[in-house]
Design a protein around this ligand. Sequence first.
Ligand SMILES: Cc1cc2nc3c(=O)[nH]c(=O)nc-3n(C[C@H](O)[C@H](O)[C@H](O)COP(=O)(O)OP(=O)(O)OC[C@H]3O[C@@H](n4cnc5c(N)ncnc54)[C@H](O)[C@@H]3O)c2cc1C
Length: 564
Amino acid sequence: MNGWSVFRPILLAVDDKAEDLERVERELGNRYGADYLVACEASAEAALTRLRDLKAGGKEVAVVLADQRMPEMEGIEFLSRAHELYPLAKRLLLIDPMDGASFVRASRAMALGRIDYVEYKPGPPPNERFHEVVTGFLREWTRPYRSEANAVVRIVGERWSARSHEMRDLLERYAVPHAFYPVDSEAGRTLLRSAGKTAERLPVWVLFDGRVLVDPSNEEAADALNTTEGRPEREETDFDVMVVGGGPAGLAAAVYGASEGLSTLVLEGEAIGGQAGTSSMIRNYLGFAQGISGQELAYQASRQASLFGARFRLMRHATGLVVEEGRLVAALSDGTEVSARSVVVATGASYRRLGVPELEVLNGAGVFYGAATTEARALEGQDVYVVGGANSAGQAAVHLSKYASTVTLLVRGDSLEAGMSDYLIQEVEDAENVRVRLHTRVVGGGGEGRLERLALQDSASGFTEAVEAAALFVLIGAEPRTGWLPDEIARDERGFVLTGGDVPNDWHPTDRRGPKRPAMPLETSMHGVFATGDVRHGSVKRVASAVGEGSVAIRMVHEHLGGT
Ligand SMILES: Cc1cc2nc3c(=O)[nH]c(=O)nc-3n(C[C@H](O)[C@H](O)[C@H](O)COP(=O)(O)OP(=O)(O)OC[C@H]3O[C@@H](n4cnc5c(N)ncnc54)[C@H](O)[C@@H]3O)c2cc1C
């Protein structure tokens, strides 16, 4: 039995204005009263006491809503404190439509992870926009309950084994409802028995239709689950366009390719969504004011591509690419081959991670990988840190210095000169509020729901210091995933793929019939092979630009196919 069936989770609202609170109570009660309990308080202190009591009574709180302008404590502060009691509860700040000052404060609080969203207080019905936000929160909050209740796969495994974790992580990223039972639990033993298996080889998968898999490979697991969407009735092996990589660039290429009538295959080696799929909240993607989790974006995009008819081969890496009789043939990690008349390379890049687990969990809540422009404004008057010694880190530090109170650039080496351009070093030195700390490594940190502190180690002395920090930007480099590409595809000195005008003259693509010609935009030095997104030399390294390039690549594919 899961927690859901035991008691109704709570939606708690607080506002000192009686009329406004009544309206919120009515809206929540009318819409969600059958499945949730609605609790209301007229002051922040009373609401905190209520939350403490609920916690002591073992109750679940799904959403906390607070008015920003309350006399004893502003809503942002209240929601931060509520978060300490209920870290998983969603936090919605309510403001009046004309309250521009609160809106500005709310946008900063959102960027720092102190609230989840800001919305106008409900007025006379209908209040669909308000409910859209609350419903979205509930959809996210109930995911673990839904997953368990509607599990498509139930797994029995060792609680702390790396393989069990990897499988759960992949299922999570593929949004497959699942439940995990440790092998030493009663439920785990019962499930194993009913499946007719022992604990000798784990993990054991029990699928919704009774199939049982023992320690399946990623490919076997993907095939077992891939029963409907994107699954061909018979395995096709030849396509108009083969998209390698199912991150934002590849998914966009798949949506446009399939929707424009091309038979389209997507090959994805790990999980749909790529790097974006690991981001808990993408806040700068056009049209999603509240932000969207990378996982949700990936799920929606892959569904969209499937509905247009794109095919997916999941958990299979492309390991090579050759031209055979005018077709582009990719070798896959499962030993099979697929061919196509054109290829879109969208294998992205892997950002080097800090490898500090306490900071990984705060990704998006004060810890940011990549450029700093999105969050800079929200960091006005705060102390922020940038890790990295190359140009991207220098640029981020200079940009942040316009907003933050202080910016500290953390560099592992003993000088900036080794990795940064002179002009940028000059700019860093000229910025009065930028400090540079050489031979320094980030070795720890943490905070309540958002970054609050870092542990910095001086590699010369070995001394570790704790500092307060509102944000940490990690810019320690990215590596393109291009090891599988043939030598005929020209790359820059760091391995990123050259396209269009960047392809050197002597690398211009050719095909069997024609002379060498300049590469088309996004085309590589290999005829009919295009590259998009982070894997491409000179790309912008953003979700939106990857999506844009993925769609443009299909335009080029049409031109290529028209000419062949
Ligand atoms: C933690 C994090 C947070 C981010 N937050 C933001 C943000 O808020 N806003 C923003 O604009 N950008 C953000 N970014 C950057 C953004 O995610 C990337 O720019 C974007 O995902 C690039 O898309 P892509 O499709 O080019 O590559 P990727 O996302 O890297 O996807 C490439 C895919 O190809 C697959 N693949 C690789 N090799 C092979 C192979 N040989 N065969 C088959 N498949 C293969 C990979 O498994 C992966 O799924 C973030 C990045 C990270 C790491």
